[in-house]
Design a protein around this ligand. Sequence first.
Ligand SMILES: [Zn+2]
Length: 457
Amino acid sequence: MNRLLAGHLFWPLTERLRRRDTMRRLGQLRQTKNASAAELHRLRQSKLQRLVQLAAQHCPFYTARFLRSGFDPCDPRLDVEDLHRLPILTRDEISEQLEAMTWHGCPRGGPQPYSTGGSGGKALKFYFDRSRAAADQAARWRARGWWDVRPGDPEILLWGAPIELKANDRLRQWRDGLLNQRILNAFEMTEQTMGSYVQTIREQRPMCLYGYASSLALLARYALDNGIPAGGLGSARLRAVFVTGEVLLDTDRTVIEQAFGVPAAIEYGCRDGGLLAHACPAGTLHVPEENVIVELLDEGDRPVGPGGIGYVTVTHLEAFAMPIIRYRLGDLARAADQSRHCSCGSTLASIAEVRGRLTDHIVRREGKHLRRMHALSLIYVLREAEGLRQFRIVQPDLDRLDIEVVTDDRYGPQTEQDIRDGLRRRMGEQVDIRIHRLDRIEPTASGKHACVISHVQ
Ligand SMILES: [Zn+2]
C-alpha cells in the first residue's frame, strides 16, 4: 500500500472508525514536546484537577479514598505535588473494587473491559476508555516521529499476544494491509519459522519493527548464526527496532543492533498503566508528561532521588472510565537527573532505565542449543485454562516445570490435560510437568507475586 495513502487516509479513517480522536491528540502532543517546564506544569495541573474531580464525582471508590485522605478534589490550588497525600493503588485493590472505581456512564467511549496476565500471576481485569487508548496511541506516534517513522510507514510486528492473533481474521489482515503492517507470530519461533521471518523482513524492507525485546533478539541471533551478515536484516530505509514488553538486556540490544544495523529503541508501557516512556534518538527515555504522571517510589512510598531505583507508580491523566491514580506497577526503574535538556531538543522529563522484572523468561531446549524464551507464551496457556484462580510457573531445571495452581470448582482432569498439552507444545515433549494444587500461592522473598520463576541460567 502506498505510504501516503496509508498514513493520511487509512490510518485516520481506522482511528475514526474506532471513535478515537488520536489525530487531534497527536497534533497537540507535537506542539507541547518542546514546551517550557512551566507550561507543562500548568497543563498537568489542570488535567489532574479534571481527573480527580471526575473520579470523585463518578467513582465511589475514589470519593471515599479522597475523603479519608483529607484530599479535596475541588481545591483550585491542587497540584501534582499533592498526589503524595493519596495512598498507593495496588493491583489487589483493582481486582477487589473494580466496579466501585469504574465510571460506567463515562461519555468518552464508556468502559471497555480488558484483562492482563502479565507478571502478577492472577489475571487482572480492568476497564479503559477511548480517551486513554487515543492518548497512548498519540504518544506512541509522536515518539516514533522522532525516529522519522509515521503512521502508514511499512512496519513488521513480532507479536504474539493471543488477543491480537485471535483477531487475525480477514478483516484484521485487510486492515493491517491498508496500514502497511504485517504481524509475525512471536510464539512460534522455531528454526523453520525464523527462516521464513528473516526472508519476509528482507523482502518487505520495513521502516521499523516492533516486538518483544527477547523475541527480536532471538531472531537477530538466529540470522547472524545462519549466515546473514551484520546489518543484513536492515535496509537503507529501516529507521529503528522498537522493543517493548520486557527489559532490554544489553546483550540483546547488541545483537539486535548488529543484525538490523539500526538502534533498538525502548517503548515502555503496559496495558494497565498506559504508555509511560519512549526512547528518543539520543537514547533518553522520555515520559509523555501530558498524559501520565510517573513517580518512582521507594519501599516507604517516598520519591527516590536522581539515580535511585524505585517502584514505577502511575497516574494516567487521560483515563476516565477507570481512573488510575497512583497505581503501582510491579516494575522498578532508575530515576534520571532533573535536567530537561536532551540533545534531541525535547524538554520532556525522562527516566534513566527500566529495570522491570527479569523473571519473565524460561529456557527451552532446541536441538543442541538452549533458547531463552518469553514466558508469556506459557502464561497464556494457563490464563486460558478453565478453573484457575491463580498460578505460578517454576522451572527448577531444564526439563521440568512445576505448575502451582489455586483452583475453583470448574477445574478438572480436562484442565490438567489442556495445561500439559499446551506447555509441551511450547517446551517440547521431554519436559516433566508437575501440577501442584495449593490453597494459596505465597509471594516470593522479594515480596512480588512473580508468576514465572526460572532457576535455569
Ligand atoms: Zn531526547
